[in-house]
Structure formats: structure tokens, C-alpha cells
Design a protein around this ligand. Structure first.
Ligand code: FEO
Length: 391
């Protein structure tokens, strides 16, 4: 029997725990995830978000441990992505009198596109309120954190912000609160989540932070992972730092190699960063998932990417990383392309072109080396890093 978990009096977590989720469209979730929904029992009963389809039964069972789902008056859909709305048809069937509260415009459009015109939608805009009894919910639309429809819901009575994707972590745990898991683990997962999901939308994150800045917050209850209760200030500070696009004086060197020449160049770059006092991570794309590399990129100003030439192109592993990197669009980065070749330096030049397409500043030309290295390329790498670190 699954039970609801009361997070404050009369407000319950009723979500699903996805212990074995390991891949979330391109992002490795080594600790699984959760799809959080919250039940508020006041004179009116409100459910905040639903969950992924396979967890619909879990959600309804947890709701039933508190109230008959037929008593739900409102289902607030903060975001239409199916990890939060997939169970909506099942929940609506169990709660036939419920109105679905959704952000005006894109929120309505997305829910209708996925679930048809049969839903009883009640659209809301920033500042709109919904009285439940003692509690009044206030809505704030936060477009592009992470789809155009996103909004957050604030319960001033309990001082809880239901933030949906914002401040989430892909972290499956039997614990529901940040202090029960421990800050380092939660922050690490929040950082990976930001780097791989939220990073392209830093401007919108800043706006969302401004919109919630004046709120009295005892808890931030996201739609993934644990609830921020003891470390609300910490996660707000981290988000403010991440969205400022002012990465640390730190470097990430990413490479693949066939016969170790590009690898030797990568090691020379890493050593040159160390000599200049710049913390560095040296990451072989064959041995590090691109989503973990991006977590390192979040804090690093410098990005050096190396590929030899393979079949008149860069290595597919490096191309995959650069495609993902460009999509996540880190800003304010300084880059260096490098790599070895046999008869044409196509690989490193393609890396440079992709870094340029990703709007990474490249103050020096790609460093290339034909066949094996006699040490010359390693010296050239050290000189290139020295030029880079002066930017
Ligand atoms: Fe967790 Fe954008 O959905």
C-alpha cells in the first residue's frame, strides 16, 4: 500500500519514484528520478501536477491514502511535458469534477495538443489567484524554464513554492527532503540537472528568480527529486550563480584519440592549465558521458576540444559531444580546438567550426599535428593554453 507523505499539515507528496530510470533523453540519470505531485487538502482539494504514465497508479494510490480522488476540485498543471502531465487523463477520469488549471497560452496549447479538447481547462496568468479555503494559490508563469508553458504555483499560507522543473534533481530516494539526503549529493544532482536541462535558458531563469524573489519561502517543492527545506537559500544562490554565465577560471579538456597523439596533446593542455593555476578536468569522451562532461562545463570558462581526423571528419564521439554542447549553449566560454591527422587536418578544423557555431570565442588557431608527436605539438599546446588563459 503506497502512502502519501505529509510535507506540511494537509499538504502531501503523492508522486512516483523511478528507481531505475537511467537515460532521460540524452542525459544519464545514474540515481534515477522522481515525478513529484502534491496534494493540498483544504475546503477545496487541489493536486499540483501529475506524473509520467507508468506511475499513474502509484499517484492515485497515494492520493487515496488521504482522500477519494473524486474529491479533487483542481488539478494544477504547471508544465505539460509528459513526465508531469502523462497521467492527466487517468487522474481526470478518477476526478471527474476537477478543473485543470493551466498557464494561459502555451500551457493550454500543449495540454490540448497532447490530450485533446475534452479537458475542462481553467487558464491563469501571472498574479492570478485561486482560493482553496485557508490557502490561496498564486501563479507565476516562467516560460522556458523549461518549455514555453512553464509556471510555478505559490502557496503563501504554507510558504511553499511548487516550482516544477526549476530547482529539480534527477534523484530517486526514499527520502523527501534535502536535509535527509545531504546537501553535497543533492547539489551535485541539481547541478547536473541545471547543466543538462536548464542551461540554455539562463535569461529566463534570471527572470523567474526575480519573479519569486519577494516570496516568503519555507520550502521549494520541485517536480523532480527532493524538496528544499533546509537549503532554500543555497539552491537559490546556486541558480543565481549558474544563470549569470560567469564561469570560474577553470578548464575542461575533452578529447578522443586513435593512436595517442591527440591524447598527448590533451594531456599537454591539461598540464599547461595546471601550471597556470587553472583547475582542469581531462575527459576522454569514450569514458565520460556527454551529460557528465556538461556538468563540468557549467563551472568552467575554458573548453579545449580535441579530435583526430577519421574518414575525412572528426571522430563521431567528439561530434556527438559538440552537438550536445551547442544545444545547451553555454555562454561566455573561451575555446581551443586541437587534434592530429594523417593527411588532412579535417578533424580539428571541424571541431573549431563547431565551437564557432556554438559561439565559443577562439583566440588562437586550432593546434594540429601530422602523424605522431615528437614533443612539438605538446609545446604548441602549452603555448596555445597560455594565450587562451590571458583572455
Ligand atoms: Fe520534468 Fe520539462 O519536464
Amino acid at each position: 500500500m503506497l502512502e502519501a507523505i505529509e510535507i506540511v499539515p494537509d499538504v502531501y507528496w503523492v508522486g512516483g519514484i523511478d528507481w531505475n530510470e537511467r537515460y532521460f533523453h540524452g542525459y544519464t540519470t545514474e540515481r534515477g528520478s522522481t515525478y513529484n505531485a502534491y496534494l493540498i487538502v483544504d475546503e477545496k482539494v487541489a493536486l499540483i501536477d501529475t506524473c509520467k504514465v507508468p506511475f499513474a497508479d502509484d499517484l492515485l494510490e497515494r492520493v487515496r491514502s488521504v482522500v477519494d480522488p473524486a474529491r479533487i476540485d483542481y488539478i494544477v498543471s504547471n508544465h505539460g511535458e509528459p513526465d508531469h502531465s502523462g497521467a492527466l487523463p487517468r487522474v481526470v477520469a478518477a476526478a471527474p469534477n476537477a478543473r485543470v488549471v493551466v498557464g494561459a497560452g502555451k500551457g493550454e496549447e500543449i495540454l490540448r495538443a497532447y490530450y485533446g479538447d475534452g479537458l475542462d481547462l481553467m487558464s491563469v496568468k501571472t498574479g492570478d489567484e485561486l482560493v482553496l479555503g485557508e490557502r490561496t494559490l498564486t501563479f507565476v508563469q516562467t516560460p522556458m524554464v523549461h518549455w514555453p508553458d512553464n509556471m510555478v504555483t505559490y502557496d503563501a499560507f504554507d510558504k511553499v513554492l511548487f516550482s516544477n522543473d526549476a530547482f529539480g534533481q534527477h534523484l530517486a530516494t526514499s527520502k523527501r527532503f534535502d536535509d535527509e539526503v545531504g546537501l553535497p549529493e543533492v547539489l551535485l544532482q541539481a547541478k547536473k540537472y541545471y547543466a543538462n536541462i536548464v542551461m540554455p535558458y539562463s535569461r529566463q531563469v534570471r527572470k523567474a528568480l526575480d519573479a519569486v524573489e519577494g516570496l516568503d519561502l519555507a520550502m521549494i517543492a520541485p517536480s523532480h527529486g527532493v524538496i528544499w527545506r533546509s537549503h532554500v537559500g543555497d539552491i537559490l544562490r546556486e541558480y543565481a550563480g549558474w544563470c549569470a554565465n560567469e564561469p570560474d577560471e577553470a578548464a575542461v579538456v575533452v578529447y578522443d584519440s586513435m593512436w595517442h597523439t591527440t591524447e598527448a596533446m590533451a594531456k599537454a593542455a591539461a598540464e599547461a592549465f595546471v601550471e597556470r593555476g587553472v583547475p582542469v578536468r581531462l575527459l576522454d569522451v569514450k569514458r565520460n558521458h556527454i551529460s557528465d562532461i556538461m556538468t563540468e562545463v557549467l563551472d568552467a570558462k575554458y573548453i579545449a576540444v580535441g579530435s583526430p581526423t577519421l574518414n575525412n571528419s572528426m571522430m563521431p564521439t567528439v561530434a556527438e559531444f559538440l552537438c550536445y554542447f551547442k544545444g545547451l549553449a553555454p555562454k561566455g566560454r573561451v575555446g581551443l580546438a586541437f587534434g592530429s591527422y594523417g593527411w588532412a587536418p579535417v578533424g580539428p578544423n571541424e571541431v573549431a567550426a563547431q565551437l564557432e557555431a556554438a559561439k565559443v570565442a577562439q583566440p588562437v588557431e586550432p593546434v594540429t599535428r601530422q602523424w605522431g608527436d615528437d614533443g612539438t605539438a605538446q609545446v604548441a599546446m602549452a603555448e596555445a593554453v597560455a594565450a587562451l588563459a590571458q583572455v
